[in-house]
Design a binder for this molecule. Structure first.
Ligand code: ADP
Ligand code: MG
Length: 252
């Protein structure tokens, strides 16, 4: 895998809010089919880094590349809008809080973006929605509204919605941390199934067991730096850095 060009290439990412340095020169290369977990204490910059990948939180310095395209390009406004809309079609994102549109059914939530951005017709969009919902075990709820679903079901729909755009990479930001404990597993199962299909994924999580069982590589972030990274067997079983050890002592 390492002989290929990285799929996602974060080069010297820096981000400040005023005098607060949130990302201090972070580099990360993710290859096609790779699954990377990002762990670390609250406030360490995990969400900022993830959101920088599709330029939702523009960097103060450094570059983000998705295959051969630089994501955070300096362009005149109109050109930038066109560029970033194209880039974002390739990046599926699932947040902690299910951001489904409450006034739309599950079907409409899923078909909206493909119809709008890819110009596909109703029949094709419906087929796409049905396929993706079947994949996350939610086909029978296709005509429900989000308010009629549990948190775990909403999150599975949010994943199906992201997948309907046929993204090249999926980003998860604590996708299960707002869920009641008994609903976590059904969402984890969906993410595991994606992992088995070799979807490229970057997963911010505080579930160490899940990260260990699913991810190829784990990054431990603290105070805006990557303190340590390596295979889960090393990071979780034999961490080299004192800060990593301290964090895991509290979270394993
Ligand atoms: P994590 O996801 O690891 O908890 P974040 O990336 O959300 O961390 O935040 C990193 C730091 O950046 C925190 O100190 C947070 O308060 C700060 N931060 C995040 N977003 C903003 C913002 N829009 N304005 C100012 N500070 C922010
Ligand atoms: Mg966060």
């Amino acid at each position: 895998m390492t002989d290929q060009k990285p799929f996602v290439d974060i080069r010297h990412a820096k981000k400040s809010y005023g005098t607060l340095e949130v990302l201090k020169d972070i580099s990360l290369q993710v290859h096609r089919g790779e699954i990377v977990a990002i762990i670390g204490p609250s406030g360490s910059g995990k969400s900022t880094l993830l959101r920088a990948i599709n330029d939702l939180d523009p960097l103060s310095g450094g570059e983000i590349w998705l295959e051969d395209t630089q994501v955070n390009m300096d362009l005149p406004h109109r050109q930038y809008e066109k560029h970033i809309n194209e880039v974002r079609q390739n990046i599926g994102m699932v947040f902690q809080h299910f951001n489904l549109f409450p006034h739309l059914t599950v079907r409409e939530n899923i078909t909206l973006a493909p119809k709008l951005l890819k110009g596909i017709n109703d029949a094709e969009a419906n087929k796409l929605a049905e396929e993706q919902l079947a994949k996350v075990g939610m086909l029978e709820r296709i005509d429900y509204y989000p308010s009629q679903l549990s948190g775990g079901q909403k999150q599975r729909v949010a994943i199906a919605r992201a997948l309907a755009m046929k993204p090249k990479v999926m980003l998860f930001d604590e996708a299960t941390s707002a869920l009641d404990p008994e609903l976590v597993e059904e969402v984890n199962q969906v993410m595991k199934a994606l992992a088995e299909e070799h979807m490229t994924m970057i997963i911010v999580t505080h579930e160490m067991g899940f990260a260990e069982s699913v991810c190829d590589r784990v990054l431990f972030m603290d105070q805006g730096v990557v303190v340590e990274e390596g295979p889960p067997s090393v990071i979780f079983r034999n961490p080299q850095n004192e800060r990593t050890r301290n964090f895991l002592r509290k979270h394993l």
